[in-house]
Design a protein around this ligand. Structure first.
Ligand code: BES
Ligand code: MN
Ligand code: ZN
Length: 495
């Protein structure tokens, strides 16, 4: 689907060639491309300003059927994200036009002032990420993903980056998978069913998978997961995926993803505005599971475990009540003062289980945990909470690399007093309405023991009402590329 090519226009016939252009500098060192660009900018309507575009047809001297020029603005301002956006927009344009292939000209890295591998990588990422439509419920006959995307590079880069392409495709396809799962409506992914979907994906990928049902969860003492699921007609499940390429190596990383297939709030029923989009409350689980599926065959040299607790948070005669006290996996008791603070409850069990079962060097959880996080950082950034400064740096840096931005947040000791309960070890609802993302993280921390733990709150970026350059509306798959990047960094630092 994605491949590199080094055949310049004129050497082969090209159906659609897309060329990024700067308004103030040449960014292509190939004379053929330069000639095409000068032809475009000689016209009044195109100068290479950001987001400007121009299409020319049938350029006979080069045998190009369609040449699309796209403005990147000023050369000094180009960032790698602009290249993802370029590729994404071009691929979207081609899909909308009903085309089935495109060739993207990679600018000369030195001439755009960016690291060569990053230029090729981000161009490829933007293209593959954009090459996705969610058509489970609608026949999008005239909106099919492209069959072929080629990146035109120099012969030396052709040698260097060929292998990287298949990795990028794997990871971007996993991102599509996570998006699809988030997009599936809640009636088609209730815990029993979603568990099967995840198991199938895990097995197909060659992971060792385990499906824990209600009975198992009861025996294990996962009282919080069972309590949250109590209001639903669909029983709780927990899916565990293991990738142990090297059993003797001590380093195991555990990833935990919040899997609330629909969050109605429970008896603390959400208002009509807040119910919208709550099918996406399993995005953490989707991201973790999708990330797990890329690991077999990637030779990471790390043991990685993905844990997905799956519940539906519903009000009913069997639902969790306000004031109930439940017993978690760790043995700690929790007073449930608000049934809508359910994510922290199921994560408490899953994190406890992950620690006890796998004794990981690092444990990371991803969750659409708090509305407060969206208030704090907006809809395009995740919050990172950890005491481990190295891990914080790794996650922050990975977020900069992939543009799945993660901002470090504090875990102030004294805020723990907001979680005091008179009758249980801890209360799930803080006594203040301020700093809700922080108090939620502090709640989780009580179940993470002394491990190196990080919590990533993805409530904002997991779902987007409007599409963007390389992601359609709905689930974004936020975190798949990020986690892969973090795992690579951990493999280096731990290995
Ligand atoms: N799933 C929600 C958080 C959420 C809100 C995700 C908006 C995505 C968009 C979570 O379970 C929740 O309801 N949190 C409450 C916690 C409160 C009751 C302490 C919240 O943020 O209001
Ligand atoms: Mn909730
Ligand atoms: Zn929730």
């Amino acid at each position: 689907m994605l491949e590199l090519t080094m055949h310049l226009p004129g050497q082969v016939a090209i159906d659609t060639l897309a060329i990024p252009v700067c308004e103030d500098a040449d960014i292509h060192d190939s004379p053929v491309i330069q000639q095409l660009v000068s032809k475009a900018v000689s016209l009044e309507e195109f100068s290479g300003k950001a987001r400007e575009s121009l299409t020319l047809y049938d350029l006979p001297e080069t045998d190009i059927h369609r040449a699309v020029f796209f403005g990147l603005g000023k050369q000094a301002d180009i960032k790698t994200e602009d290249l993802r956006i370029f590729s994404g927009k071009i691929v979207n344009k081609c899909i909308s036009a009903g085309l089935d292939q495109v060739e993207l000209v990679v600018p000369t890295p030195r001439w755009v002032g960016l690291e060569p591998a990053m230029v090729v990588r981000t161009m490829a990422e933007g293209a593959v990420l954009a090459n996705h439509v969610f058509d489970y419920y609608k026949d999008l006959r005239d909106k099919k993903p492209l069959k072929k995307i080629r990146l035109l590079v120099k012969p030396t880069d052709y040698q260097l980056y060929g292998d990287m392409m298949s990795q990028i495709v794997r990871i971007c396809r996993a991102t599509h998978l996570a998006r699809n799962w988030v997009n599936i409506p809640a009636n088609d992914k209730r815990p029993e069913h979603f568990a099967e979907i995840l198991m199938e994906a895990g097995n197909k990928a060659g992971l060792k998978t385990r499906l824990l049902d209600t009975l198992r969860l009861e025996r294990m003492g996962c009282g919080a997961i069972l309590a949250v699921a109590g209001g639903s007609q669909s029983p709780a499940r927990m899916v565990v995926m293991e990738h142990f390429p090297n059993r003797k190596s001590a380093a195991t990383v555990v990833l935990v993803g919040k899997g609330v297939t629909f969050d109605s709030g429970g008896l603390h029923l959400k208002g009509s505005q807040n119910l919208q989009g709550m099918k996406a409350d399993m995005a953490g689980a989707a991201t973790v599971a999708a990330t797990m599926t890329v690991l077999p065959g990637m030779e990471l040299g790390l043991n990685v475990v993905g844990i997905m607790p799956l519940v539906e948070n519903m009000p009913s005669g069997t639902a969790l009540r306000t004031g109930d006290v439940i017993r978690t996996f760790s043995g700690k008791s929790v007073e449930v003062a608000n049934t809508d603070a359910e994510g922290r409850l199921i994560l408490a069990d899953a994190i406890g289980y992950g620690l006890k079962t796998y004794d990981p060097v690092v444990i990371i959880d991803l969750a659409t945990l708090t509305g407060a996080c969206v208030v704090a950082l907006g809809e395009k950034m995740a919050a990172v909470f950890t005491h481990d400064r190295e891990l914080e740096k790794a996650i922050f840096q990975a977020g900069q690399d992939t543009f799945e931005r993660c901002w470090p947040m504090p875990l102030p000791e004294d805020y723990k007093e907001y979680l005091k309960s008179n009758i249980a070890d801890i209360c799930n609802l803080p006594s203040t309405r301020y700093g809700g993302a922080i108090t939620a993280a502090l709640f989780l921390k009580e179940f993470a023991g002394n491990s190196s733990w990080a919590h990533i709150d993805i409530a904002g970026p997991a779902f987007a009402k409007k599409g963007s350059a390389y992601c359609g509306p709905g689930g974004t798959g936020f975190g798949v590329r990020l986690l892969w990047q973090v795992l690579k960094k951990l493999a280096v630092s731990l290995g």
